[in-house]
Design a binder for this molecule. Structure first.
Ligand code: ATP
Length: 132
């Protein structure tokens, strides 16, 4: 089976490097499905789950960053990236509730945007744990 090397890196260090058959992820421009031999590409990533398909499939919660595709390698440079086992679900639920309270409170636009992004990160982490 033809495979791609996938490397996931954050400012805290490498999270994963392994071979997979396909990478599905959400770029800001929409969903991408990457198979070996894909044309080179760089794209900003949404707060979303990266799905790695192969012998041992994996889902990783990423909080934005960039995707770099080369025919034999996909590199994901993420603000943060967690495997389901590394996600503290109680922390994510607390972050979700905090963000929801902030979105309900009257406040300026910058805080609103920050709370919206925090809510997206929390919902993404919860989704990755619940759909592992
Ligand atoms: P919180 O408000 O709980 O800090 P956050 O979305 O603001 O959440 P980030 O700024 O995205 O957190 O991440 C900061 C660091 O904490 C990163 O290293 C990230 O991987 C880690 N992290 C954040 N939330 C969780 C979680 N629920 N479980 C495990 N690690 C987490």
């Amino acid at each position: 089976m033809n495979t791609l090397t996938v490397s996931v890196v954050t400012p805290d260090g490498p999270v994963l490097e392994d071979s997979f058959e396909m990478v599905s992820c959400k770029a800001e421009s929409g969903e991408l499905g990457i198979l070996p031999g894909h044309i080179p590409l760089v794209a900003p990533l949404s707060i979303s789950a990266v799905r790695l398909k192969g012998e041992s499939p994996q889902r990783i919660a990423v909080s934005g960053g960039f995707l770099e595709v080369r025919p034999d390698k996909v590199t994901i440079l993420a603000q943060s990236a967690e495997r389901p086992d590394d996600i503290d679900i109680e922390r994510a639920r607390a972050a979700k509730e905090r963000a929801e309270r902030r979105l309900q409170a009257k406040q300026d636009e910058i805080d609103f945007r920050r709370a919206e992004l925090a809510l997206k990160r929390a919902l993404n982490r919860i989704d990755v744990v619940e759909n592992r």
